[in-house]
Ligand binder design. Sequence first.
Ligand code: FCB
Length: 450
Amino acid sequence: MHFKKDFVFGTATSSYQIEGAHNEGGRTPSIWDMFCDIDGRVFEKHNGDVACDHYHRYEEDIKHIKKLGVDTYRFSIAWPRIFPAKGEYNPEGMAFYKNLALCLREEGIKPAVTIYHWDLPMWAHEEGGWVNRESVDWFLDYAKVCFEELDDIVDSWITHNEPWCAGFLGYHVGVHAPGHRDMNEAVRAVHHILLSHGKAVELLKREMTSTTPIGITLNLSPMYAKTDSANDRLAMNNADGYSNRWFLDPVFKGEYPVDMMNLFSKYVHNFDFIQPGDMETISTACDFFGINFYSRGIVEFNAANDFLKADAYSDYEKTGMGWDIAPNEFKDLIRRLRAEYTDLPIYITENGAAFDDVLENGEVHDDNRIDYVRQHLEAVSDLNDEGMNIQGYYLWSLMDNFEWSFGYEKRFGILYIDFETQERIWKDSAKWYAGVIADHKAKHADSVEA
Ligand code: FCB
């Protein structure tokens, strides 16, 4: 594999998954604190109270980031640290992120900042959360102070991480906070999340005339039909609509896919929450497009399912999440995005894998994770040879952390965390990734080519 000189290597985390310090610095609960408290929602009732204690150990963590040699580090801001109550700005919360960004810069690491990675403040949830259109204004107030306080020390902004998870997993499937199971709510929540994205982009670029690149990150899973039958292809179409097109079409085409509106209309009896001008706002031009890629989907027809689909058996090799390892399908996905959706520079803002790591004599030999990351980096390299313009790659994750409903059971990190002692231990994958980056830098050290 080979990358242009200015290709950026990074690693990523998110606030609730690593910070801990859940009641310090003025922070109030988010929907994830509440969700973790409900029996049966999160593996062994784990929660983010302590997590990786990053809030207190960020200096040590930056040393690890520096040692990896990455160009950039993607983290997210916890909204309830910034607005612990409605309309109440908390400068102490902001100071944490300002300091974090400054410390990273001092080490020559570019901060890539996600504004919303799922920790909606409880005060917002209590007023309806994302289902309430006012959430767009609450988010804008929050985004505005982030821009005002941090824009000069942040290298790129990501408005939202994976609206599919925040919207559909949170309000339709119910396996993420707030744990609702209501398609009507879910479609509205997604609309308001996307609208808040578009408005934040307008705010930063038009009103504040900032030149800091801003974009959104979608999680995309290319969908395949089990067989070529008309039934299975219909299932595939619907799975693609649910996971991909419901997000891609509004962001890049300014419209929701009509076939999916029809399908959803069983639960969504009118679409009047889409107000004049909304779709133009949602499709406001960004500077880049962020993609989180983990796996593909394979589906078959199932008449008993609302959307006529069910996961089909797959004989692919799997990660510790049971997800198919699918670097070729990753290539299909990017080619399709180029053909059907966008010419924007692409960043892979997350890619990585959980495996059942074994810590032995202070070492973790995670060859499986190295293979996974290598295959996807090779895919990025091949895609760029085809002119696909992928400008960077963020490995998920810097360290093992709170993996949402799976708690601390699933380990995605390249640093192993001993959650008893908070010791950070380099897995083989971290050493390997540092080597890939060092080789890349050495290769380009004397070259003048871009
Ligand atoms: C993504 C999330 C991230 C992490 C990875 C494994 O969906 O953005 O927080 O949980 O999956």
